[in-house]
Design a protein around this ligand. Structure first.
Ligand code: SF4
Length: 321
């Protein structure tokens, strides 16, 4: 039977680490305060934090819709189902984006009750208007066709179509490995083995612009794969970024030093996370006020929790809908 626990299990991921570095208060809201906020019996702060955690923005929503559709297309190809046309995929993405906008502007009451099942865009929620910034709308609209075209032309999709020479790994979304009893989460978009070349390929679809690569994230993927499938040499693993906006891909080769670096990062990071625990056995956090607020207003302006950190600026509504 499902057991309600007062505190979540301690876990680690690159995104959790980045959140801790961005703002400790946000880290507390994301990983502790919002825990159990989905339960009708939760207190109003937990409910509010959980709801705000689910707020997204236009770029993230676009990325998530594209990732979901790519996942679905690949599943269909692997099951020999008919391949949809590029136009159909573009239409479908547009439909999801429009739905997200409608839910944000006209269905806030539904989102308040079931934030996991409805979309709320940050641009709408915090502007308190029913319009999106035109520059952002244009940016996303411009990305639509290009992203789909580049996906269909990508090396990794060509490998999916050439599936007889590839061994695909089950693509459950949440993977983790245990390190010192702590779950380390790894989210990989697509993993397969190129049987002809005896190489493992981990694909990361990028829907934004190219940026300085986070080798730690890539190294974590490789480390997971190496342990899970007992791969002898790191040289057998290729990490591929597919750039759906700009087209083309980059294959990364990692070194043993990259793997050592990510293990050191994990050790230092988890120790810092434990500094913010009142009870490490229960994973009970320190009181909220001991998680400092961020000083930089530019960081706050992009954050989901403005309403909680600066309540005087917002008229928060009751949870009793
Ligand atoms: S609004 Fe600012 S201080 Fe509050 S959680 Fe977000 S980043 Fe941190």
């Amino acid at each position: 039977m499902f057991e309600i626990k007062p505190y979540p299990e301690l876990s680690w991921s690159i995104s959790r680490h980045k959140t801790m570095l961005t703002c400790l208060r946000k880290y507390a809201y994301d990983y502790y305060t919002s825990h159990n906020g989905w339960l009708s019996s939760a207190d109003s702060l937990a409910k509010q934090a959980y709801r705000l955690k689910k707020v997204t923005n236009l770029e993230m929503h676009f990325g998530s819709v594209v990732h979901d559709l790519i996942y679905q297309i690949i599943q269909d190809v692997l099951k020999d189902k008919e391949l949809p046309s590029e136009e159909k995929i573009v239409d479908e993405i547009r439909h999801h984006l429009n739905r997200g906008f409608i839910e944000s502007t006209r269905k806030e009451h539904l989102w308040r009750n079931r934030p996991k099942h409805y979309t709320m865009l940050h641009e709408i929620y915090y502007s308190q208007t029913n319009t999106l910034p035109q520059a952002k709308v244009k940016k996303i609209t411009d990305r639509l066709n290009t992203t789909v075209k580049n996906f269909f032309a990508s090396q990794s999709f060509a490998d999916v179509l050439n599936k007889r020479d590839m061994q695909f790994i089950d693509s459950e979304k949440f993977r983790f490995m245990k390190t010192d009893g702590v779950k380390v989460f790894i989210v990989m978009d697509l993993v397969y083995k190129n049987l002809a070349e005896d190489k493992w390929v981990i694909v990361d679809w990028k829907t934004g612009k190219k940026s300085e690569e986070d080798r730690n994230q890539l190294a974590l993927y490789a480390l997971y794969l190496q342990q899970k499938y007992k791969i002898e040499s790191i040289d057998q693993i290729v990490i591929r970024n597919e750039y759906l906006l700009e087209g083309g891909h980059v294959d990364h080769k990692l070194t043993k030093q990259d793997l050592i670096n990510v293990q050191h990062l994990y050790q230092a990071s988890i120790e810092r996370m434990k500094d913010y625990l009142n009870d490490p056995v229960k994973n009970e956090p320190l009181p909220l006020h001991q998680f400092p607020l961020q000083d930089d207003p530019r960081v706050c302006s992009r954050c989901n929790y403005q309403e909680l950190c600066f309540p005087e600026m917002y008229n928060s509504e009751s949870d009793d809908v």
